[in-house]
Design a protein around this ligand. Sequence first.
Ligand code: HEC
Length: 116
Amino acid sequence: MKNISFILFLFLITACSKSNGTSKSFSSSDCTSTISYKTDIQPIMNSYCTSCHQPGNAKGGYELSTYSGVTSNTNKVLASMLHNSGSEPMPDNGDQLSDDLLKKMYCWVNQGAKNN
Ligand code: HEC
């Protein structure tokens, strides 16, 4: 009986932990072109994030539909997208973004998170 409880417990832990993607990392040598907030980053936010992060419905306090919202804590937003440990993996409801999109976000931050 004890064993069954333990197995059930392990099952619950596994079922509850989010495992949609692994922590990704990039380096500045990956950034070969200039990334633009308006043409690269804003569309990514609109496609994957603003359904839960917009004025009036800013989950976790993050409003990601504007430049000032995204840059209120740029490093945290990036860490969540890369699934770094210590940050909630985002998007909350789906798979981690493709390497291509994650690299754009990384490089935009690496290039100073400009309003370009
Ligand atoms: C389906 C809803 C949903 C989507 C889509 C979503 N989020 Fe979230 N987000 C949440 C919720 C809920 C929280 C509150 C923290 C939690 O999960 O407990 C949160 C929290 C966060 C946080 C704070 C994390 C922390 O560790 O404190 C950041 C940053 C964030 N989201 C960024 C994003 C980004 C970037 C995207 C798009 C790639 C995104 N979110 C997409 C629901 C969502």
